[in-house]
Design a protein around this ligand. Structure first.
Ligand code: FES
Length: 288
């Protein structure tokens, strides 16, 4: 298992390096050729003004340059998606390799005494289906906010606010409808901490890891909540998508440390056991 994870990490790492190299090469070629092509077209346009017989040649050049640019853009888009995919595989495989390397890592049998990585099931024994993605919202949003790259953050914020995370399907549609490329979506969504790439649970638990709460045992509280909710390593949401556990900076009520909030409701002076009790009033509701 560990060998497979290591092989996957190495393969995806190589693929990432290859994709980055191709994208950089394309960028360098485009930067060098773009101005030259523009100059060529400009010069031929001047010639056509004095000699109309050169018009077909100009049209041919324009066609060739446009086709080359479109081909490069399509290739770069495909490589960007491949890069995102390879990055996801690499992160997953690398986490498995690191986890297997730790003798008593979180999520091991020693911590749980059972099989915590198996997704929990609902009352009928079935794993909840993923939420439906209604792409009509993206169509309307783009029609309202515009197709330009300058609207990228506003569009991503609106998508996140609507779906409570950034679904892949919505991002695909966004790239189809706008001038924003998959690489730009990936860069922006990973740069700003406000954006989530995985579904959020119905209730969001924010455990404060500011200085006062950290000293008072925030780490143990987070670990106990994750164990209690059987949240797998590398994830932040339980399998039923009822709770998402986030670690956040100071919540501004340090005198109550350690503190957490559930959907904005604050509980303080917690222990690992009482932290789990704080979730109880929210635990009976339906998943997101
Ligand atoms: S450090 Fe936790 S509320 Fe301030």
């Amino acid at each position: 298992m560990r060998t497979a994870a290591r092989t996957a990490a190495l393969a995806s790492g190589g693929l990432i390096a290859l994709c980055v190299a191709i994208l950089l090469t394309d960028y360098a070629i485009a930067s060098r050729r773009g101005p030259k092509d523009d100059q060529l077209i400009k010069a031929e346009q001047e010639q056509v003004k004095s000699d109309a017989a050169l018009a077909p040649k100009l049209a041919g050049e324009q066609k060739r340059i446009t086709a080359a640019r479109l081909a490069r853009k399509s290739r770069d888009n495909a490589i960007a998606w491949l890069l995102i995919l390879a990055s996801a595989v690499f992160l997953t495989a690398a986490k498995r390799v690191v986890k297997k390397s730790l003798p008593h890592g979180r999520g091991s049998d020693r911590d749980t005494g059972s099989q915590p990585l198996v997704p929990s099931r609902d009352r009928q024994g079935a794993i909840p289906a993923p939420p439906q993605i209604d792409l009509f919202f993206v169509d309307e949003l783009v029609a309202r906010e515009g197709r330009g790259k300058e609207a990228a953050i506003i569009l991503l914020q609106a998508i996140q606010s609507h779906y409570r995370y950034l679904p892949d399907e919505a991002l695909h549609r966004l790239c189809e409808l706008t001038e924003i490329t998959p690489a730009e979506v990936a860069g922006t969504s990973s740069f700003y901490g406000q954006f989530r790439r995985s579904p959020v649970g119905k209730h969001v638990v924010r455990v404060c890891h500011g200085t006062a709460c950290h000293v008072a045992g925030a780490r143990q509280i987070t670990e106990e909540l994750r164990r209690h909710l059987k949240i797998p390593e590398g994830a932040d949401t339980d399998a039923e998508r009822l709770f998402t556990v986030d670690e956040v900076a100071c919540l501004g009520c340090c005198s109550l440390a350690p503190v957490l909030t559930v959907d904005g409701h604050t509980s303080g002076r917690l222990t690992p056991a009482t932290a789990c009790h704080a979730l109880a009033p929210f635990a009976e509701t339906e998943p997101a």
